[in-house]
Design a protein around this ligand. Structure first.
Ligand code: ADP
Length: 459
């Protein structure tokens, strides 16, 4: 959503789009000139046309230079990490580049038309395209400025030929069929001028009013989005504070209960024993819940991860080592098949270790005793693929997407295994996505599940 609403990114991409279109136009003009001259044998002032192509290429290079100076498209898109002042500055600079492109295009189009018959050229109305683009991308004031420039260029083009101020470069079909002299026909010239002026102003008025409406709408969306994000930030900070405080109290209760539960202070009578054990268990669960809540809230507040390159094999082997005891407790066979030279991944290795362990622990939790779990890792061209497969309870078909949502627990496990927060997979997904990867699951109810994630390799 942010990307769609990112005005700077949109303008930046449009500017790139115009540059690409211009390369195509240069190529087309050159090819059409060649065909016209050598196939149809129509005389053209070739040197002039190629000169315009050269100037267009130069314009493109200057535009690319301007855009590079503003930044890469990824940096432009990143509204969050850019301070508002930079966003505004970028906006002005991108608009300046677009203004430069449209103005240069208008001048070069006039020059091209001048070398190819002026008012007699059937493409003399190509000015409209540039003005239509201007009215969508630029402000109304800027668009009218371009329209006035286009109007004057058109008048200079047509009347400099009419009054013979500049030499005329016509379109000559062949030596015998020469000079129809339409450019000197007052009726023809006046008719074209009137048509040009009327069409151009109506077109710009219509296109820019539609463009302005769209722009206002977009600005409203951005404003609403910013407000929502501000509220979301406040909510996250609030959750963070509360959970942090609760975590402290829970830790204190848990340590007191664990002293009682361990019977260090002496034996407990039967009546108290049950209550204390239950209280201890519940506090333990609540501590886990609060810990996960803290983690997911912190992740939500983080836009991207910073980290170092790390060896993926080491992390996967560590995850297996950390979880082996849990698997053995249920007599589950935990095996691995990891390809050599798996590759290097950039990011927070601790988070990747944690989420891999989490996936294995989930597999242990949702697999019956004597089951099997296998971790497999293979290298792909640009990515690493890790799968964790079990032959456990599986996931109902229509819940496969939902299990990655916060607080969602599968309907098949809720009653059998009470111990769960439904936050684990949401954390896993968030971490993977922040590392530029994806996660998914294949599963058959009652037969088992295969979770897999893909992380981009460091190249
Ligand atoms: P929790 O395990 O605390 O319930 P998670 O976010 O880790 O929360 O998992 C969400 C849900 O996804 C689980 O409640 C369960 O229904 C399902 N699930 C996760 N891993 C597995 C698995 N290996 N096999 C079957 N179901 C799974």
């Amino acid at each position: 959503m942010r990307d769609v609403l990112n005005r700077n990114r949109r303008l930046y991409l449009r500017s790139l789009w115009m540059i690409n279109l211009r390369w195509i136009a240069i190529l087309l003009v050159a090819i059409i000139t060649l065909i016209t001259v050598y196939y149809f044998r129509i005389e053209l002032y070739e040197r002039g046309i190629y000169f315009v192509c050269l100037l267009l290429a130069l314009e493109n290079m200057v535009s690319v230079f301007f855009l590079r100076r503003i930044g890469k498209v990824k940096e432009i898109a990143n509204l969050v990490n850019n301070p508002p002042k930079k966003i505004k500055q970028d906006y002005i600079r991108i608009k300046r580049t677009i203004n430069f492109q449209i103005l240069s295009d208008l001048f070069l189009l006039t020059l091209l038309l001048y070398y190819t018959g002026g008012v007699e050229n059937p493409f003399v109305f190509f000015y409209f395209f540039h003005l239509a683009i201007a009215s969508v991308l630029l402000s109304q004031k800027e668009t009218y400025m371009h329209t006035v420039v286009a109007f004057f260029l058109f008048v200079i083009l047509v009347y400099s030929a009419y009054f013979e101020v500049l030499p005329y470069y016509g379109l000559h079909i062949n030596k015998e069929f020469v000079d129809i002299h339409l450019y000197k026909d007052s009726y023809f010239v006046l008719k074209n001028t009137v048509t040009f002026v009327a069409t151009v102003f109506i077109l710009v008025y219509l296109a820019s009013s539609i463009g302005r409406k769209l722009q206002t709408q977009e600005e409203k969306y951005i404003e609403a989005l910013e407000k929502l994000e501000e509220k979301d930030k406040i909510k996250n900070e609030y959750v963070l504070r509360v959970t942090h405080d609760v975590k402290g109290h829970l830790a204190a209760i848990q340590s007191n209960l664990s002293v009682l539960n361990s019977r260090i202070l002496g034996p407990l009578d039967e009546k108290h024993e049950g209550f204390i054990e239950r209280a201890y268990k519940r506090t333990f669960m609540a501590t886990h819940f609060v810990r996960d809540l803290l983690k997911i809230t912190r992740l939500r507040m983080m836009e991207s991860v910073e980290g170092q390159p790390f060896d993926m094999i080491r992390i996967l082997l560590q995850a297996i080592k950390d979880t082996r005891a849990n698997a053995e407790e249920k007599n589950i066979e935990l095996t691995e098949e990891i390809e050599e030279d798996l590759g290097i991944v950039v990011g927070d290795e601790f988070s990747i270790l944690e989420i891999t362990s989490n996936l294995i622990l989930n597999a242990v939790k949702y697999t019956n005793e004597n089951g099997r779990i296998k971790l497999k890792a293979i290298k792909m061209r640009d990515d690493v693929l890790v799968t964790i497969q079990d032959n456990g309870l599986g996931i109902p078909e229509d819940e496969k997407d939902k299990i990655f949502e916060e607080f969602y627990r599968g309907s098949n496990v809720k009653k059998i295994i009470e111990d769960g927060t439904g936050i684990g997979l949401a954390i896993v997904k968030k971490v993977i996505e922040q590392h530029g990867g994806v996660i998914n699951v294949e599963s058959t109810l009652g037969k088992g599940s295969k979770f897999y994630y893909i992380l981009p390799k460091f190249s």
